[in-house]
Design a protein around this ligand. Structure first.
Ligand code: SF4
Length: 257
């Protein structure tokens, strides 16, 4: 008999098995569930095809094969969980719920995370943290959170919307950390990122227990390496050397999704 939670439906872009290419869990095997639709529009976004809801979802099988079946959206929690079970492989670290923006469909995401944990899988949530109230509703079913802090130079939203966005992102970070979730903060560094932007958010993070990743953008917005060194020094000044690292996206180097 399906539970009410498992019949909730969501709009999902893709489900596949790969290796985490970002942050302190780099190199860990994960199943990725990419939620379609996003609340922001960052200038460096590399998942543009999933900025809006999509008509179909592609599902990999067998794991890491690059072969996909296509099914129509929306998809129930139960159906997504069945696909996750088909993709389980030796060495699986966790299920990464990513986007797009998972908080845009937080009830569906919370129910899916709950299902995964009920069968012994840990859940890693990647979010832009645009809604602290939505995050708080699902934080109890998350093991790892990777919260993307947006700087004004990211052009994720209008200048007038940014103060509210950063307050929500910082609130998500605090909630996550206080709930005992392993908390990662990602700050993407672009060629146009200013030291003052990084300094301002690091100052706000200094009493929060989180691991801070400065992630250089690739392509036309790639920053100078000397700037990365300076930003690392600046962030470490507020947060301490053990809590800050410069880590580029490694999945592109590995040639995996
Ligand atoms: S929050 Fe993420 S998915 Fe949304 S536009 Fe920004 S980079 Fe892209």
């Amino acid at each position: 008999m399906p539970t009410q939670q498992s019949t909730l439906e969501g709009n999902v872009g893709e489900i596949f098995s790969s290796i985490q290419g970002e942050g302190p869990l780099i190199g860990r095997r994960q199943i990725f569930v990419r939620i379609a639709g996003c609340s922001l529009s960052c200038s460096y976004c590399d998942t543009l095809g999933f900025g809006k809801r999509v008509g179909t979802c592609r599902i990999e099988h067998p794991p890491a094969s690059g072969c996909f079946a296509i099914i129509p959206n929306p998809i129930s929690v139960k159906a997504v969980k069945e696909q996750i079970d088909r993709l389980r492989s030796p060495g699986l670290h966790s299920v990464s719920i990513t986007g797009g923006e998972p908080l845009c469909q937080h009830e569906f995401v919370g129910a899916l995370a709950d299902e995964c944990r009920s069968s012994g899988m840990r859940v890693y949530l990647e979010t832009n943290g645009y809604s602290a109230s939505r995050f708080e509703e699902i934080v109890d079913v998350i093991d790892f959170s990777a919260i993307d802090l947006k700087l004004p130079s990211h052009r994720a939203c209008s200048d007038s919307e940014w103060p509210d966005l950063i307050e929500n992102e910082l609130a998500c970070t605090r909630i996550s950390s206080e709930k005992g979730v392993y908390t990662i903060v990602k700050i993407v560094i672009l060629s146009g990122t200013q030291a003052s932007e990084v300094e301002e958010v690091c100052l706000r993070l200094r009493d929060i227990d989180a691991f801070i990743v400065l992630q250089p953008a690739s392509g036309v917005q790639e920053p100078k390496s000397i700037d990365l060194i300076h930003f690392h020094e600046e962030a470490s000044r507020y947060l301490g050397p053990d809590k800050v690292a410069v880590i580029p996206q490694a999945h592109k180097l590995m040639g995996v999704m």
